[in-house]
Design a binder for this molecule. Structure first.
Ligand code: FAD
Length: 286
């Protein structure tokens, strides 16, 4: 099922993100996580791709196909292009088609200064256009409420986002953020720029302090003092930190839904316990 059929103006959808298991773990380890996530009835599940510049990742397709075919849940496969050739992407699209994967989150991917770029695709918008020209896929794109790290301003980043939407991105999923005001401001600016595709807010609950610090250093999300105080107070009590993190995420989601957000994209970190707690807390609001 294509993701476009999931969005309508009176409903907020809840979707999940999972990542493939590490290369040292069998793919089946993610299947037990997925079985638990299925019970939470997500609108769709997306599967990350080759984070850290590793483009040769076939497990994303395997897992996305499994979600779609075996679990009967729409899936979206992430696909990066910064280290890909056009021929490589065509092979990948063929695989998606054969395996029944209909939705792709088209990404540029992070640039690793130690690996020379191929320059067949400069930006995610180039990949988006290429996918649209070479197959019948629903294409989503990434967006950054606090501005992408390489962009000189949010206004400039949104100008580039508009190019991505014009190239064929039909839906956007946001980078994680902990201050809802950044998302509200971003949505307003995107609106003014004429970006009128559904935008899902990316929410990452705190699972542990190290994980959040790593994510924040990678994506540059700012930490409101309420959030920083919570991490500080409970940093040596993992159970309390997890519960406080769940409560914080629920609070963010309630505010987003009250403000008419199109969807919540939950970064599950492959942790069904946390996904369950959050889903149960917000289910009646969706
Ligand atoms: P782009 O949209 O191409 O933007 C990258 C930069 O280029 C921005 O600064 C933008 O302003 C600028 N730009 C864009 N177009 C133009 C233009 N025409 N002219 C000039 N400048 C331009 N990474 C992974 O490796 N695997 C994943 O699975 C993954 N999943 C993600 C999921 C989500 C929801 C998000 C938000 C990010 C994800 N990432 C993933 C990280 C992503 O690959 C990085 O953030 C990357 O640095 C940018 O990718 P992009 O698709 O947003 O790039």
């Amino acid at each position: 099922m294509k993701l476009s059929s999931l969005f309508n103006s009176d409903k907020t959808i809840l979707s999940f993100e999972v990542f493939p298991p590490k290369k040292t773990s069998p793919i089946e380890t993610v299947y037990s996580t997925l079985a638990e996530l299925k019970e939470l009835n997500p609108a769709f599940i997306s599967v990350t791709y080759g984070a850290g510049g590793n483009a040769a990742d076939t497990t994303t397709c395997d897992i996305a196909a499994y979600i779609q075919r075996e679990l009967g849940i729409p899936s979206a496969a992430h696909l990066t292009c910064v280290y890909s050739t056009k021929e490589g992407v065509l092979t990948q699209l063929q695989q998606f088609k054969e395996r029944g994967v209909e939705n792709i989150l088209a990404l540029r991917g992070d640039v690793n200064p130690e690996i020379p770029r191929l320059h067949e695709f400069e930006y995610a918008s180039d990949l988006t256009k290429f996918i649209k020209e070479n197959g019948d896929f629903h294409v989503s794109g990434a967006c950054y409420p606090e501005c992408h790290l390489e962009a000189s301003s949010l206004a400039e980043d949104i100008k580039h986002l508009k190019i991505k939407v014009e190239a064929g991105a039909e839906h956007l999923m946001s980078q994680l953020f902990f201050d809802n005001n950044t998302f509200h401001r971003f949505r307003e600016m995107a609106d003014i720029a004429g970006i009128n595709v559904p935008i899902e807010a990316g929410i990452m609950p705190v699972v542990n302090k190290k994980q959040i610090e790593r994510m924040v250093s990678m994506c540059g999300a700012s930490l409101p003092s309420k959030f920083a105080k919570m991490m500080q107070r409970y940093e040596h009590n993992p159970e309390a930190l997890r519960d406080a993190g769940i409560a914080y995420a629920v609070d963010q989601i309630v505010d987003l839904i009250s403000n008419g957000v199109d969807g919540i994209h939950l970064y599950t970190m492959n942790n069904p316990y946390v996904a369950r707690k959050i889903s149960e807390a917000v289910r009646s609001l969706l």
